[in-house]
Design a protein around this ligand. Structure first.
Ligand code: CA
Length: 229
């Protein structure tokens, strides 16, 4: 699973540098030069992490962060704030707005990637260092591609495995069928949206015996959501 990181920065050099560093570290960097450009991207397919510059033309990064924190689907989207102003007062202001971390310019690529990793790890608390996801008795191991429920090994196809992994690492948010296709199947495949329903049904069936099928909710008219208590 490649994490998608939206980079909102008006300075071309820094935006390119951040996206390049992300790609080199195995993430997908999605560039945007303003809040206006970032907004539709955030709505159509929420990224796993947002790297947001403080000072932007038009709406500022910090105002955008506040706005995202107020609305339900983006409330828990991880945000790292970039700023040329490195003083403590700004840092406190940023953290007040609910951002997850703060990086003062200039920063090294190494520093940036370390922060990205730390924030993703913190915000997906169930994911261990080794890539194992454990949620309510379900254990998904991305190295051995094994899934067990209450200690019992389940047999899942690769697609169902990827789908389950995506749900568990993106809890709480509703995903449309098109978004699931993008994230789990990949962009270049031509697959009909009802294929998603078929695989969700198979996944639920596999999880039924131990009652874990309840984790994957259907949101009528929208799509699916992973709900963990
Ligand atoms: Ca700027």
């Amino acid at each position: 699973m490649v994490h998608r990181v939206l980079v909102v920065e008006d300075e071309t050099d820094i935006r390119d540098l951040v996206c390049h560093a992300l790609e080199a570290a195995g993430y997908q960097g999605i560039p945007a030069e303003s809040v206006e450009n970032a907004q539709p991207l955030v709505e159509s397919n929420p990224p796993d992490l947002l790297i947001l510059d403080w000072m932007l033309p038009g709406q500022s990064g910090i105002d955008f962060a506040r706005r995202l924190r107020r609305t339900e689907p983006t409330k828990s989207m991880p945000i790292i704030m970039l700023s040329a102003k490195g003083d403590a007062e700004d840092k406190v202001k940023g953290l007040d707005a609910g951002i997850d971390d703060y990086l003062a310019k200039p920063f090294s690529q190494k520093e940036l990637i370390a922060r990205v990793k730390a924030v993703l790890r913190r915000t997906n608390r169930e994911i261990g260092e080794d890539g194992t996801v454990q949620v309510e008795g379900l254990a998904v191991d991305t190295v051995s591609h094994m899934v067990s429920a209450n200690g019992q090994v389940l047999s899942l196809s690769l697609l169902e495995f990827n789908l389950l992994h995506f749900f568990l690492t993106h809890q709480g948010r509703v995903y449309s069928r098109a978004q699931l296709l993008d994230n789990v199947w990949g962009h270049d495949r031509f697959v009909e949206e009802r294929t998603v329903d078929v695989h969700v049904r198979r996944l639920r069936k596999a999880l039924e015996e131990t009652g874990h099928d309840r984790l994957i909710k259907t949101v009528r008219g929208v799509g699916y959501r992973c709900a963990v208590n």
